[in-house]
Design a protein around this ligand. Structure first.
Ligand code: AMP
Length: 423
């Protein structure tokens, strides 16, 4: 019978790799909590309408990439393609505005987009998301990017840079839209069919197009940043100044528009040249109208998402970290010794130590080989003779020395030794 495979573009994360995930998650939680972000977990399934209204009908994510379906009751649902709309929904639904302490949230988990899978691009992928509500001050824009930089630095990630832009407010965008449409009309017929359509639906999205020809045609197009209003220009100016004062390096990229419609004013991306076509590790921006558009209070918001698969691919380049190691391996020979060894193993685990044993009654030689493979730093050898004297051999796998130790109180002694090994 053919074995069943996982769904295309959806990956298992195996134990050998999980250390990377744990390390990234730990570092993320530590830094986010320091900056006052609190964890929130929302369902992976939401009403389809949340994303259509939140992300924008004519975005690639909604038009082409969403896992949307009707359930048995005929309700339209979607697997979340991103987290912001869900966090905003939860904020409105639970009236979190009334919480005086926390207006900053983070969430870590899987997202789903029906894209063509390749290295760094999957159909189920994971993001670390941060969202902050209620604050319009440019300090927050700069702070969130600064936090992102500290996080990446703490992970030891090199070779990434921060690109920033301002998309202005809806007012600036309205007048710019006409200018851009005129430019696109001059080159009508030369763009890909999607961009030809975007001219009347959502012209700004053309900057997002992955077709090289379209990007070439756009290289002389007027950019939004040059026509933003004085208020938006002042906001952007302040963001840049704060970043400079915090020594967070950045480059202004006026062509960066981001793939979701809700962004306005500050937008940013973390870019790398080490992942081929998938050059964005993370990105975010301000979305002041989103809360209101989703039926909530008219509060500003800003946030970002980091793609964990891409981040981990980068961290793995040229680096390795050791998987977990068992501290103690119990090697027992003979039925009575195996029995005693089994109980000793449980005792060690109850004391919080990682302990392994052989369950199959193999030869001492093959048990020692296994102890080596699991990376045990100490091995307890329980033979019939030692057992009869109430003793066991304790082997130090680092310096290969071996001593006879009493079985009584052995678990406690091993716990003490493990503490010393860590010093
Ligand atoms: P976006 O919401 O599109 O700005 O995505 C934010 C981040 O999520 C990107 O910078 C990527 O690191 C990651 N990401 C987005 N789509 C995918 C995907 N299909 N596969 C893997 N990572 C992704």
């Amino acid at each position: 019978m053919e074995p069943i495979q996982a769904v295309k573009g959806m990956n298992d994360i195996l134990p050998a790799e999980i250390v990377w995930w744990q390390r990234v998650e730990e570092a993320a939680r530590a830094i986010l909590e320091t900056f006052g972000y609190r964890e929130i977990r929302t369902p992976v399934l939401e009403k389809l309408d949340l994303f259509v209204r939140g992300i924008g009908e004519s975005t690639d994510v909604v038009e082409k990439e969403m896992y949307a379906f009707t359930d048995r009751h005929g309700d339209w649902l979607a697997l979340r393609p991103e987290a912001t709309a869900s966090v905003v929904r939860a904020y409105i639904q639970h009236n979190l505005q009334a919480d005086p302490v926390c207006q900053k949230f983070y969430t870590i988990g899987p997202m789903f987009r029906y894209e063509r899978p390749q290295k760094g691009r999957y159909r189920q992928f994971h993001q670390i998301n941060a969202e902050a509500f209620g604050m319009d001050d440019p300090m927050l824009d700069a702070e969130i990017m600064h936090m992102l930089r500290l996080f990446l630095e703490r992970l030891g990630l090199a070779g990434v840079s921060l690109n920033i832009n301002s998309l202005g407010c809806p007012e600036c965008r309205k007048s710019y839209r006409d200018t851009l449409v005129k430019y696109l009309e001059v080159h009508a017929g030369q763009f890909c069919p999607d961009c030809e359509r975007r001219r009347s639906t959502n012209p700004l999205r053309a900057f997002d197009c992955k077709v090289e020809r379209c990007q070439q045609l756009l290289s002389d197009a007027p950019v939004l940043l040059e026509s933003i209003c004085p208020d938006c220009a002042a906001h952007f100016g302040a963001v840049k100044r704060y970043l400079e004062e915090m020594n967070t390096p950045f480059a202004v990229n006026p062509r960066m528009v981001r793939g979701l419609d809700y962004y306005m004013r500050t937008t940013f991306e973390i870019i790398t040249d080490r992942l081929g076509a998938q050059n964005a590790v993370g990105g975010g921006g301000r979305y002041n109208g989103l809360m209101r558009d989703l039926g909530g209070p008219d509060l500003p918001g800003i946030g970002f998402a980091i793609g964990m698969e891409r981040l981990i691919l980068l961290l793995q380049q040229g680096n390795s970290i050791q998987g977990r190691r068992a501290h103690v391996f119990v090697a027992a020979l003979g039925e009575a010794a195996r029995h005693r060894g089994f109980l000793l193993t449980q005792e060690l685990r109850a004391l919080g130590m990682e302990a392994e044993m052989d369950y199959e009654g193999r030869s001492l030689k093959s048990q020692m080989r296994r102890a080596d493979k699991v990376g045990a730093s100490r091995v307890i050898i329980l033979g019939e003779n030692e057992m009869a004297r109430g003793e066991a051999q304790l082997r130090n796998m680092t310096d290969k020395s071996q001593t006879l130790v009493p079985l009584d109180g052995l678990a406690g002694e091993l716990k003490r030794l493990a503490g010393e090994d860590l010093k």
